[in-house]
Write a new protein. Sequence first.
Length: 345
Amino acid sequence: MTDVTGTSRRQGNSGDASARPNPSVSAFDRVADTLYALAPTDFTTARNAAVGQARQAGERDLAARIQALRRPTAAAYALNLLVRDHPELVEQLRELGEDLLQAQTDREAGKLRELGAQRNVLVGTLTRQARGEALAAGNPLGEQAVAEIDQTLRAVLAAPQAADELATGRLTHALTPDSTLPGLTSAPAAQAAQAAPQATTSPAHPPADGPSRARTKATDEQPDHQATREEHQRRLAAAEQTVHLLEAERHAADIDLEHARERAKHAAKQLRVSQERIQLAEQDLAQARNAVTTAQESDATARHAAEAAGRKAALIRQTLTEQRGALQDLRSGGPGNDDPPASES
């Protein structure tokens, strides 16, 4: 059985898988994956429709298993969306959790602090990402749901079983962190929970005296008081975890700001160097232009001098030619010679 009635504003990867059935995936898994890709407001209607379809098909066992599926809380829904779109994140959480546990076992304080900072940054990042996934799907989360997401991610870091449950993409509720890893739960909250008195069962036939009845009534009220205290401690632990996360994010933001300032200083220095290079280049360009102008002026002067020298040489050649002609005439006794010829004896 693969068809599930119901609509959602967002379909996960499992919705595509149900459209193209995989023989290796059971009918129940296909239905469950489809249901847990739906928004919580659509879950119950779609589940009941799937139960009806299974019954009509004569698959009563399948119908019973589908009927047992519980609607996810808002936090569980957002985490299901996150791991469906980014399944590699579960392995990233698992590896960091293993490193934290190893550092604690080896009592490596420095390594534990380093990994603790990584944990806080990773949990903060994934919490915001899960919140964004839900918002993009049209299902914004409240502060309580965000705190439950943070709590669940810390539980995944603390226990492989929690990581396996998250990886299914079928969470129905928030997971509780294991207190064995530092910083995952509030120490005062854990101690208060351990110190909480256990409820006792009142006798079937209490004595009739007044003080005994008063003690019996107080004993009967203990479970309610204990539940109230546990709920208070749970909320206190979630609030302290949120504050711790915000402090870690603020610290990370301060580091980013300091790095940004350093980059800005470096960029300003590079700008000054570039401006100085531009000024030098402009000076070199101005000097080159002056040299070109000087060369052009020198070339023009040389051309004028060459032209004048050419004219002078031509005049000298002309004069020399005339003088040579006159000299030749004188030597040959040419025209204008009036001396009489010599007489014969």
